[in-house]
Structures are given as structure tokens and as C-alpha cells.
Design a protein around this ligand. Structure first.
Ligand SMILES: Cc1ncc(COP(=O)(O)O)c(C=O)c1O
Length: 352
């Protein structure tokens, strides 16, 4: 049997009846946009993450976009962030006409180096986005009063938002996955939450009266209802991910070097640096084990950002990581036998 990197069917199966009942509830209600399911989900999510406010939005990408808009980011502004992340982090900055300023990562955590980020701040810096990559909390920079957005797309469950706000993705493969696209912004700042709420519905308040330009960033009622079924299982799912990560750490050969651990790591992905990475991937594929590379090209070297003027070698830690990392299968339903198969296959490859 092939071992996938993540197994959404296995995750969904035990909850099938409850999920179908949630869909039926929404169908019967006739309320498909915002409404009681979204209100309830937001309250439950806020309680789960330990934030005063949570606002459901259409995706993790739109959570970033709406947060930056709410913080007033626009043309001429700079936003400091990491080059080693999913594209959405920097895409949200560029879409607002602002300039992404990339600072290098820490080689052991793969997260934005807080000192490098602080050094990249200029009078034009309007925000910093730190990403809790793979589910590991990033150390936030001392940004001297500049708001820090925590891109927590991969790290729901690590704790309360630490910066101005945290943005979450419920993309199906995330720690809490929806059945389509969804996201949220959580914050302790009532004004910021209110601005995100306003922006997610075209800035309309009351309806058809627009003092600001927003967008359609609303979460679907049906996704909110489905996420309410899964949210109570989040803690157990994270505990399973941590167990798997602990076993990998103990039993994988020393040739591979896992991302630095953290007590609040939620292991959305278990990522190692691997010598001869591409050969290892081929050997694992041969053994029926899927792997993934998050992320093969650092963002400062993407051609869409060529006009920013970064050259190969500008951010060496991020560039090196992109060439060395590989994610191994890690999901709550990965049983002990399959964990052993992954470990054995890696050991065999390195002759350990
Ligand atoms: C770090 C990071 N930021 C942002 C996003 C964007 O989230 P979404 O796919 O829900 O738009 C993702 C996930 O895909 C992500 O991994």
C-alpha cells in the first residue's frame, strides 16, 4: 500500500455522519452566506486559539490580504517577510501595491530570522509577516512598533496570536482542513477585527453603503458548519502529529536533520534536510512512499519578483534550504506500521 504525504480520506471517514448532518443543517437553513453557522464557528475558533476575536474569511490568502488592508498597507509601503514560505505570503503584499522585502531565515527553524527582519525595517515598513513554517512557531522580531502579522496558515493550535493578528488557512491539507477553501483572522484587537469584518464584505456598512473598498472575503456557511465538526478533534489530531514527529526524531538516521523542534510545534508537515535529497525521494517513491518539497524556489528568486532585484546568493540560508528539504508523510491516521516503513526506507537509503 502506497503511503501518501497526507491522507484526507482517512481523516474524514470517522466523522462522515456528523459532517453530512452539518451539510444537511445548512441546506435546510437556507442561509448560505454568513449567518449563525459562521457566528458560531468564529466564537468556537476564538475560544480554541485563545483570542478575543476571530473572523472567518474565504482562504488563508484572503486572511493575509484582509489583514494587510486592515493595517493600511498600500502602494509605496514595504512589508518585511520570509522568502521561504508558500507564495501567498508575499503575493498578498504585492497585490496591494506594496513591496515585499525579504530577510533571510534561520537555518535550523527555517523561519524568518528575527534579527535579519528587524535589520530590514525602514521608515517605509508598514508591517512584518512572520510565518510559523510547517507548524513551528517563529520567534517574532522586535519590530519597533511596526505591526507583526503571524501567518499561522500551517500552525493552528500553537497558541494565541502573538502579533497584531494571526491568519489561518483551512486548506484541506492543513492541521484543520475544510472541504474547499476557507481561512480566518484572529486577534485581540477589537478595532482590527472590526476592520477585517468590514473589508470581507466589500467594506459595506450598512449594506450598499461603502466608506472603504473591501472585497468578497467571506467564509461559506457550509465550510463553517463542517469546520465546527472537526474543530473539537484538533487537540487529538495535533497530539498524534507530535507522536509521529517524536518517533521520526528518535528513529530516523542522523544523516537527515529535522526542523528544530519547539514545544508548541503542531507538525502540519514533518520536514528534514536530507543529503542527496532528490535521490532519497526517488528511493522512497520506489518503496511506495510519497514525499513533498515545501518549497523548491525561494520567493526572492521567483520571476514575478525579478524587478525587486534579488540575485542568487542574496539570501543563502533560504536558497540552501530550498535545495535540501523534504517533507515525509505525517498525518494523524499514519499508523505505527507505516511510520516504521518510512523510517526503514530512509535508513536503507543511507545504509544506516
Ligand atoms: C504559509 C502559508 N501562507 C498562506 C497560505 C494560503 O492559504 P490558502 O491556501 O488557504 O489561501 C498557505 C497555504 O496554502 C500557507 O501555507
Amino acid at each position: 500500500m502506497r503511503i501518501p504525504v497526507t491522507d484526507l480520506k482517512a481523516e474524514t471517514e470517522p466523522l462522515r455522519d456528523e459532517l453530512m448532518a452539518a451539510v444537511a443543517r445548512v441546506l435546510d437553513s437556507g442561509q448560505f452566506i454568513l449567518g449563525p453557522e459562521v457566528d458560531a464557528f468564529e466564537a468556537e475558533l476564538a475560544a480554541a486559539v485563545g483570542a478575543a476575536h476571530a473572523v472567518g474569511v474565504s482562504s488563508g490568502t484572503d486572511a493575509l490580504l484582509a489583514s494587510l488592508m486592515a493595517l493600511g498597507v498600500g502602494p509605496g509601503d514595504e512589508v518585511v517577510t520570509t522568502p521561504f514560505t508558500f507564495f501567498a505570503t508575499a503575493g498578498a503584499i504585492a497585490r496591494l501595491g506594496a513591496t515585499p522585502v525579504f530577510a533571510d531565515i534561520e537555518p535550523d527553524t527555517f523561519n524568518l530570522d528575527p534579527d535579519a527582519a528587524a535589520a530590514a525595517i525602514t521608515p517605509r515598513t508598514r508591517a512584518v509577516i512572520a510565518v510559523n513554517l510547517f507548524g513551528r512557531p517563529a520567534d517574532l522580531p522586535d519590530a519597533g512598533g511596526v505591526p507583526v502579522v503571524e501567518d499561522a496558515a500551517q500552525s493552528l493550535g500553537t497558541g494565541a496570536p502573538r502579533g497584531a493578528c494571526a491568519t489561518y488557512s483551512f486548506f484541506p491539507a492543513k492541521v484543520l482542513g475544510a472541504f474547499g477553501d476557507a481561512g480566518a483572522v484572529a486577534t485581540g484587537d477589537a478595532d482590527l477585527a472590526d476592520r477585517v469584518r468590514l473589508l470581507r464584505a466589500h467594506g459595506a456598512r450598512p449594506k450598499y453603503v461603502h466608506a472603504v473598498v473591501g472585497g468578497n472575503f467571506r467564509i461559506d456557511a457550509v465550510q463553517a458548519a463542517l469546520l465546527r465538526v472537526k474543530l473539537p478533534h484538533l487537540r487529538d489530531a495535533i497530539a498524534r502529529r507530535r507522536q509521529i514527529a517524536a518517533r521520526y526524531r528518535a528513529e530516523l538516521p542522523a544523516d537527515v536533520r529535522p526542523q528544530a523542534d519547539h514545544p508548541n510545534h503542531v507538525y502540519n508537515y514533518f520536514v528534514v534536510r536530507a543529503p542527496r535529497r532528490d535521490d532519497l525521494r526517488a528511493a522512497l517513491r520506489e518503496a511506495g512512499i510519497a514525499t513533498a518539497i515545501y518549497y523548491p524556489i525561494p520567493l526572492h528568486l521567483q520571476s514575478c519578483f525579478a524587478d525587486l532585484g534579488y540575485r542568487q546568493g542574496a539570501l543563502p540560508h533560504a536558497e540552501r534550504a530550498a535545495g535540501e528539504v523534504v517533507a515525509l508523510p505525517c498525518y494523524p491516521q499514519l499508523d505505527e506500521d507505516r511510520q516504521a516503513r518510512v523510517i526503514d526506507a530512509v535508513r536503507r537509503f543511507y545504509g544506516a
